[in-house]
Structures are given as structure tokens and as C-alpha cells.
Design a binder for this molecule. Structure first.
Ligand code: URA
Length: 243
């Protein structure tokens, strides 16, 4: 459900203002009736015509992608590297990633054409829970886990409380596997946090984005989100915005 002038703007008929003008001029029909009042709420299946030409409402699409390593999280790359959008060439609509994963980071990435949800989910104050599994150099000590959890300084910024645990220590290879759950999304945050405790990241995977995981998806595969998953995401974004 959306206001008529907003929906017209989203469908690319005119700007919000321009759409209001068209409505005032009596050039817009909803389900065959001319509408001149502003702010009418329209539903997905309502037919809307401008000068008797039906406009198609853009269908919102939501995908869960298991991002591979060596792929850039953007719509295009000036260096000609492969982008996450390249994996969606069969989708006609222009879709884009929600937030970013580094070139060498793998795992859960949401792709959509829903700008409103994207803005909500990526706004710093929303902070949906994100879990990462990092392979780091060195044998991580419990005291370092405590530092990650309490918050530490990266780029003059103190990270918010996080959850962290050691999954595995490999003495022979001198590496550790760490799980870290954060609510923020500063640039290269996980790598910087682990660097700050003296353990550079060798490999990074995002295992969870809120309640979503890559279960059932091979690297480079994607699936459409189910309606209940979309609703849950929207609900989370909404709840967090009201915190
Ligand atoms: N933190 C990082 O350092 N890199 C990512 O890709 C995501 C979170």
C-alpha cells in the first residue's frame, strides 16, 4: 500500500510534485475513476492510468545471494572486475546490494530493488545483527575475545558491544577461527577489529544477516526471499527504527 503520488513517482511517471500536479489536473484514474484528491492509498492490484494509459507498478524483488570471493559489491566497476549484479543478468529489473561486503569477503548479501527497505537496513541507527566467521593469523586468546565484546577503538571510533567466540584454534597452522556478531557496519569493521587485537584476517565470511543464512546455496548462487522472510526483514527494520 502506498500513496498514489508516491507510487506514480516510483513508477517513473513524474516526480512526486509532478505527479501531484497530474492528479490535481484530473488526468489520473484509479480503477477507472478519476481521482483528484491527494494522498489516496493505493494497493498492489489497483489499476492506475495517466491520460488513460495504464502505468505498471514496479514489482519489488528480494534475493539472498551467497557472494563469492573476488567479486565487487557494486553495480559497476571502473576496473572491469566482476560485480554482484553480474550474477543477476536474468533479472530485468535494476537491483542492487543492501550494504557492502569487501571484494574478498564471502557470504550473505541481500539484493533488491526496494530502495526504502535498503535505506532502512543500511542506516547506521538500524544495526541489524550480522555474524561473521573469520580465519585469522595467530592463536587468539580469551582476553582478546573479551576486548572484541567490550568494544575497542578503530579509527578513533569505539565499537559497540559485540558477541565473539573462538570456534577453533589451529596450533600447527598458527591460525584461529573466530565468530563475531556485530550490529554496526563501518567500513572493513570486522577486519579492523581483529587487526586491533593483533590478528589479521586471512578469510572472512558473513554467515548470518539477521535471521538469514546461505544454507542451501553454493557460492555464487542466489534464491528469491520468501514472502515471510521479506515481511520479517521489514518488521525488523521497522522495530529497530522505533527503538
Ligand atoms: N567487515 C569487514 O571487514 N569486511 C566485510 O566485508 C564486512 C565486514
Amino acid at each position: 500500500m502506498e500513496r498514489l503520488q508516491k507510487l506514480m513517482a516510483h513508477a517513473g511517471v513524474a516526480s512526486r510534485r509532478g505527479s501531484e500536479k497530474l492528479i490535481k489536473e484530473g488526468r489520473v484514474k484509479v480503477n477507472g475513476e478519476v481521482v483528484t484528491e491527494m494522498g489516496l492509498i493505493v494497493k498492489k492490484n489497483d489499476t492506475i492510468e495517466v491520460d488513460n494509459v495504464p502505468i505498471t507498478q514496479e514489482q519489488k524483488l528480494y534475493f539472498l545471494f551467497n557472494k563469492p570471493r573476488g567479486v565487487i559489491t557494486s553495480a559497476s566497476d571502473h576496473k572491469g572486475r566482476k560485480t554482484v549484479v553480474d550474477y543477476f543478468s536474468s533479472i530485468e529489473q535494476r537491483i542492487y546490494p543492501v550494504g557492502r561486503l569487501d571484494y574478498d569477503t564471502t557470504g550473505v548479501l541481500i539484493m533488491t530493488n526496494d530502495g526504502e527497505l535498503t535505506n532502512q537496513l543500511t542506516h547506521p541507527k538500524f544495526g541489524i545483527e550480522k555474524t561473521y566467521v573469520a580465519k585469522v593469523t595467530g592463536l587468539v586468546h580469551k582476553s582478546s575475545i573479551a576486548k572484541l565484546e567490550k568494544g575497542l577503538f578503530i579509527d578513533n571510533y569505539k565499537t559497540r558491544p559485540a558477541k565473539a567466540r573462538i570456534i577453533e584454534i589451529n596450533k600447527a597452522k598458527n591460525t584461529s577461527l573466530i565468530e563475531l556478531t556485530i550490529h554496526e557496519g563501518k567500513n572493513h569493521q570486522v577486519k579492523k577489529m581483529l587487526q586491533a587485537i593483533g590478528h589479521p584476517v586471512e578469510k572472512l565470511n558473513r554467515s548470518h544477516y539477521g535471521f538469514l543464512t546461505t544454507e542451501g546455496l553454493q557460492s555464487g548462487e542466489w534464491r528469491e526471499l520468501k514472502p515471510f522472510e521479506v515481511n520479517k526483514l521489514k518488521q525488523l527494520a521497522h522495530e529497530e527504527s522505533n527503538d
